[in-house]
Design a protein around this ligand. Structure first.
Ligand SMILES: [Zn+2]
Length: 479
């Protein structure tokens, strides 16, 4: 390869006189170049001319072509220890100005976003999208919830050393390579070959338009889906948790669905960005039957991981409510969820002991459940109804079309169990049975329901928490 051939190749891919180009490169990818690295840079300058500006990333490990650009007479380097750029040409000063003052390393008022504002280009010479630093601008501009601040010391142009925090700094792993086809199909990118190198030339402004829109719709756009990638698992969880902060309801999860052992529950909840749990079963046993010390340590272990226990669920009405209340309160549990079946007296005792009583419908019709609950309210006005749609389906009713309105449960419901089942009681995926769970979620969400949605509550879900959480998020997304 010689300078002329390289220049011809660059022109054919869209670079021209006056272009502002951010170059990411692997010099060795070109193969043999007559005259060495400096000829490659000269080829770029031949194409973009005196009015063009060439930029290269100038932080971390610098390649030979970066060194060439940095050493051009008059080249400047922007001040930012975690995202510096070297630039040569008439627009260099304007692109690099005050980089250190920006709130982020790659967002607004940085060379990367200025590149898009000035209709610049990005050239990936023998490297792939993984090296395209400007893609971090998309993440920073979208303020994606998994991004973290980074602290560093900046030596300002006046020689002062200042501590600086850049917001929305990217995490360790992401899947920029996965964006390649989107950029190619949308016409924002040309791909060709110069020597041995595959070369991509991207219209930066078009890239911003396309990816800001796509990332606005899918905040996980640049994350990988490898379940073994701990970085992206964590970053996905941050997105899930952030999505839930926009909801009025409080999401909690059945401990049986979350896992068998506490550490397993913690791990699974964290992956889904969920920070509440309802204890029903632990290690396959009724949680409320755990000895006091074990229950306390379970609750403390969860709290130590920032997981709040939203309550404890009993499959039956307890024989000794005073003793149970004592144990629960000692463990720091304040809500008890139990069957609505001859439970008025027990509810009253639990309430007097200082617990919030939540009662779920069992093998009963909406009419009888509503009547019975009215009886409970006479003794304890603060009792809360837990609407279990799967159980109403098992009772042969249409939980949304019939049970919900017949029992006037709008007023009394403080918890909705997010589970589904067929008429014959077989647990199914969400919105795959007869519990009309999608309709119930939708109507309660429309009313800004501020009580609990308990994923997997009071039913056996035929799958993992990961599957249930994904189904639940999809339902929310599609309503
Ligand atoms: Zn990953």
């Amino acid at each position: 390869m010689d300078r002329k051939e390289i220049a011809e190749g660059l022109k054919s891919l869209g670079l021209k006189k006056g272009s502002i180009v951010m170059l990411h490169s692997s010099y060795l990818s070109l193969g043999e170049v007559e005259g060495g690295p400096s000829e490659v840079i000269k080829a770029f300058l031949d194409v973009i001319g005196r009015k063009g500006t060439l930029l290269v990333p100038a932080f971390g490990k610098l390649g030979v072509l970066v060194e060439e650009v940095k050493n051009l007479p008059g080249a400047i380097v922007s001040t930012c220890p975690v995202g510096a750029v070297a630039a040569y040409g008439p627009a260099a000063e304007e692109l690099c100005k005050d980089h250190w003052k920006a709130e982020t390393a790659h967002g607004i008022h940085t060379p990367f976003t200025r590149l898009a504002e000035k209709q610049g280009m990005i050239c990936l010479l023998g490297v792939d999208q993984d090296r395209n630093t400007t893609l971090h601008s998309i993440e920073a501009l979208l303020e994606l919830p998994y991004l973290q601040p980074i602290s560093c010391t900046v030596k300002t142009p006046s020689g002062e050393e200042v501590r600086k925090e850049y917001k929305y700094f990217p995490g360790p792993h992401r899947d920029f390579i996965g964006l390649d086809s989107l950029l190619l199909q949308s016409g924002a990118m040309n791909v060709g070959r110069i020597g041995n190198a595959q070369v991509r030339v991207i219209d930066c402004t078009a890239m911003f338009d396309i990816l800001l829109t796509a990332g606005g719709e899918c905040p996980d756009l640049v994350l990988c889906n490898n379940p073994e990638c701990a970085d992206c698992v964590k970053q996905h969880a941050a997105i899930y948790a952030h999505e839930m902060t926009k909801e009025s309801f409080r999401l909690t999860v059945s401990s049986r669905l979350a896992g068998r052992y506490i550490p397993e529950m913690v791990e699974n909840l964290k992956k889904q960005g969920i920070s509440r749990i309802e204890l029903d079963y632990v290690q396959g046993k009724i949680a409320a039957n755990l000895p006091a010390a074990k229950l306390l340590s379970a609750v403390q272990e969860l709290k130590g991981e920032n997981i709040e226990v939203s309550g404890i669920r009993l499959p039956i009405i307890p024989d000794e409510p005073e003793k149970l209340a004592e144990k629960l309160l000692a463990a720091g549990i304040f809500r008890v969820i139990m069957p609505l079946a001859g439970s008025a007296k027990t509810a009253e005792i639990l309430k007097k002991s200082g617990l919030t009583v939540v009662l779920y419908n069992v093998a009963q019709s909406a009419k009888s459940a509503a009547q019975e609950f009215a009886g409970v309210l006479k003794k304890d006005t603060e009792s809360v109804f837990c609407f279990n749609a799967a159980n109403f389906a098992k009772a042969g009713e249409h939980p949304f079309l019939y049970s919900y309105s017949t029992g006037r449960f709008i007023k009394t419901t403080g918890q909705l169990d997010i589970a589904d089942s067929t008429w014959d009681g077989t647990g199914t995926g969400l919105a795959r049975g007869n519990a009309e769970i999608k309709e119930l979620i939708s109507i309660m969400r429309c009313r800004n329901f501020s009580g609990y949605f308990c994923l997997g509550g009071g039913a056996s879900y035929p799958g993992t928490l990961e599957m249930a959480a994904e189904e639940f998020r999809q339902l929310l997304k599609n309503m």
